[in-house]
Design a protein around this ligand. Sequence first.
Ligand code: ATP
Ligand code: MG
Length: 201
Amino acid sequence: MRKKGPFRLGIMGGTFNPIHQGHLVAAEVIWDEFKLDEVLFVPSGRPPHKENDEIAPPEHRWMMTVLATATNEHFSASPIEIKRKGESYTYDTILELKKIYGEDTECFFITGADAIAEISTWHKAENLPEVTKFIAASRPGYKLDMEKIHPRFRKCTYLVEVPALAISSTEIRKRIKRGQTIKYLLPEAVEKYIYKNHLYQ
Ligand code: ATP
Ligand code: MG
């Protein structure tokens, strides 16, 4: 049963191209450690400047995100960034989520160690600490270090160690191209979906 107090919402943003066990394990461990009520996976829309054919169409990334999160009762997925026209910014996403979940929702934006070092460069970055806290998950190859985080964000950022899974979407895409197995690197339903739709070939 949910304890009293504001709803604690974890927000896991990503390209999810494709979603994999690294994302899922990080979200699960953080859900547990931070006593979150829910972790919401938000796949990004089509990146505006990157005309990158490495990125599967949003509809497919959305479907894979739904498949990967469907069987965990405290995971869910939101298409708000996929549906948004034009550029999509974390700040706007969080404001929109607060309208849906309630203005007093406590938001925890979950990122990997690689992404957290860059938040100060994000759009409307200076306003982000007013609307969300950040949880930076360790990730193999990226040393977690408060020094790397812009001073403005240090107060609202938690660093956490998650079991290291040296998995990245980039590596999974390469393996598919080379005809190598991707079994157990991502949920079976996602693996099947990728082959059925000939993604990343
Ligand atoms: P790509 O290789 O295409 O960049 P990715 O594996 O980094 O893909 P993203 O969709 O870019 O996946 O990641 C979404 C978020 O999940 C980012 O904040 C990223 O740092 C984090 N993340 C990705 N893989 C892991 C992992 N193995 N452990 C912890 N965090 C991860
Ligand atoms: Mg990445």
